[in-house]
Design a protein around this ligand. Sequence first.
Ligand code: PMM
Length: 390
Amino acid sequence: MIRARVLAASHVGELVSSLAGLRPEEASRLALAHPSRAIVLEGLDDPGPVEAALTAAGIPHARAAGTLAWAADPIRTAELHRLLADADPAALGALHRAMAGWVSAPRDVPLPGEGALRLSARAHVMGIVNVTPDSFSDGGRFGSPAAAVEHGLALAEEGADILDVGGESTRPGADRVDAAEEIRRVIPVVEGLAAKTPVPVSIDTTKAAVARAALDAGARILNDVSAGRFDSEILPLAAERGAPVVLMHMKGEPRTMQRDPVYADVVGEVAAFLDERAAAARAAGVAEDRILLDPGFGFGKTREHNLVLLARLRELRCLGYPVVAGTSRKSFIGATLGDLPVAERLEGTAATVALAVAAGAAVVRVHDVLAMARVASMVEAVVGAGLRGS
Ligand code: PMM
């Protein structure tokens, strides 16, 4: 029986002693190689294939009899998973089970002013308030500020924990909108919502000028689908204002992102990108506890890429930040269910939200707040029962 364990640094002694027969220099190299965690795989009849996969992934490791141990680097782990799927599926299964218990609950995220997103308590629902004439799923419906504010308030009533206001469509192929036009669209809506509901408002923008105006108008969270790449001022702005920031993965830019996206390892590449952007945010002065990461479903990904990312969403939690998942009504759902139009993607969306919450997503970004808040609560009740045991 193969068993996998993930050990914290404080248990490195345990790790080393569990590797009876390990050469001392191997043990010390291993202890030094990973500051935080190590993975130990025990009970392997033939460690050869797993060791070959580790070598192929360039992961330093140590071996003793039927045991292998290596530094738990989430990015490399994603790559290793792909190699292990061919080399030793049983070992991969054990590793997945161990990783299920690897990550702890997401921590709370402080908001500017007072209050916090209590992500440690339960998954949060971010309700989408698009103020664009051309968004793919609800474009044009909430074109006037008053209608958009009404819609946002209705979402708050339905149980939204965050209201995400966006004024520039990120639909594949969409053209960019200038900052003045985006400000004209979103500011009355942000102002109206901030005045009428205590639910925190986030601003979905890639532009620092829009983000600044929105923060001034009462928004408290930045949601940047470019993860700070399109406007170098946006991360310093988040830092200065103490605003949490959602950093999302996108391959390229909206105009071109769906032109035949290719990845060697989609989870590994998305994880590496998010890890790098989180480092960029920290370098700009954003506090560690105000960073959230989002794999960017539909942003430069084929249907298959989106399915793999959702199936392996849990691995992104190993990066150490709360994970945001925005699958709502997206085309990979329509394509999976026989080319369903946007208006008929509720059940498919529910399935993706359930899977995301079960995988530990801290925030789900959705259009159908009432339904998805119920889905999230139900999943959390089941996951909680499982953790309590019998
Ligand atoms: N998707 C869209 C827009 N903004 N923000 C985050 N953080 N994650 C997403 O997946 C995301 C986003 C596009 O969808 P929409 O047009 O329905 O809002």
